[in-house]
Design a protein. Structure first.
Length: 247
């Protein structure tokens, strides 16, 4: 074979080109599917939180939430109106009662709303620590205390969604847990990093405490090997005044 003939020889065989092209399209399709799944999970979680947050405020006002009402409220706000506000808390006309210990709890049952003002964290809290619950909300770990009762209220959340900002939490930060009975304010006492097997962080306490649990490190790819724990103590409880339905 002459040098000229050698230079004209194709670098790849005709059979190999379609295979590589097909492989490129396969990985492109795989990437698009992964991107679509990511967008869908985050969008559905955001919409779910937005509606639940709005519905919770409606319940506090003694109104019945509905999807059409939510859509109407959001469109009104988008075009320059104001979202429905929860009225300021006034002096209650009946004794303040915490969530009862014997209250029957079912999976994904609404517990309340968690807020960390300095970190601009706001998330709905539901019963359960299973994946389907944590994908849409912060989960109340079954078997731990309910807000307003003696013991340890333990809440779990994903480090890459609702509890992402916990990486910047500090001692003395305020944490509010609002329920239909009232708002419980906690103050951060400490943070620590533990093994997933260290279930002692969920143990009942002699006072009224709150424990937040998420995976650690925050930027770890895959299943994180440790847990980040925030421990706070209750400093106040403000009752929710009774509202008349339809007001």
């Amino acid at each position: 074979m002459t040098p000229r003939e050698s230079s004209r020889r194709p670098s790849q065989s005709p059979r190999r080109r379609p295979f590589l092209l097909g492989l490129e399209y396969f990985f492109l399709l795989l990437g698009l599917i992964a991107l679509d799944c990511y967008i869908w999970v985050n969008t559905s979680s955001t919409l779910y939180q937005a509606y639940q947050d709005w519905a919770f405020d409606q319940n506090l006002r003694g109104l019945s939430p509905s999807v059409p009402g939510f859509v109407n409220d959001e469109f009104s706000w988008f075009w320059g109106g104001e979202r429905t506000k929860t009225p300021a808390i006034s002096e209650p006309s009946q004794p303040f009662e915490p969530l009862p210990r014997e209250k029957p709890l079912t999976r994904s049952m609404l517990i309340g709303r968690l807020e960390i003002p300095r970190l601009h964290v706001k998330a709905m809290v539901r019963e359960g620590a299973d994946e389907s619950t944590l994908r849409r909300a912060v989960g109340h770990i079954p078997g731990t205390a309910l807000p307003g009762n003696i013991g340890n209220v333990a809440l779990a959340g994903h480090r890459d969604t609702f509890f992402r900002e916990l990486r910047d939490i500090r001692k003395n930060d305020s944490i509010d847990l609002k329920t239909e009975n009232g708002t419980y304010r906690y103050e951060v006492q400490s943070t620590r990093i533990v093994s997933p097997r260290d279930v002692g962080v969920l143990a009942a306490s002699g006072g009224e405490t709150l424990t937040l649990v998420t995976c650690y490190p925050f930027y770890y790819i895959g299943s994180a090997p440790k847990r980040f724990i925030v421990r706070a103590t209750q400093v106040s409880a403000t009752p929710q005044p009774p509202q008349q339905r339809g007001s």
